[in-house]
Unconditional design. Structure first.
Length: 74
């Protein structure tokens, strides 16, 4: 059985953060852009964002977007 789509998206974004391609304070693309990039629904992106936020890796700012947490959790 293959991994759920939201877990694949979560892993990819987590890998980008841990590798330094996404740095603390960087803004993530819009939900629409992420849907297009990963070829998934808004629901999948929302689930991935909730998981990344629970892990402390991202920070949503009302009306401003979603950013890589600064500082990152250890």
């Amino acid at each position: 059985m293959s991994e759920a789509a939201y877990l694949q998206v979560t892993r990819d974004i987590r890998d980008q953060i841990s590798s330094g391609r996404l740095k603390p304070g960087d803004k993530l693309p819009s939900f629409a852009a992420l849907c297009e990039h990963y070829k998934v629904s808004n629901t999948v992106i929302r689930a991935a964002m909730l998981l990344l936020k629970a892990e402390g890796l991202i920070d949503g700012r009302q009306g401003k977007g979603v950013y890589v947490a600064d500082p990152l959790p250890r």
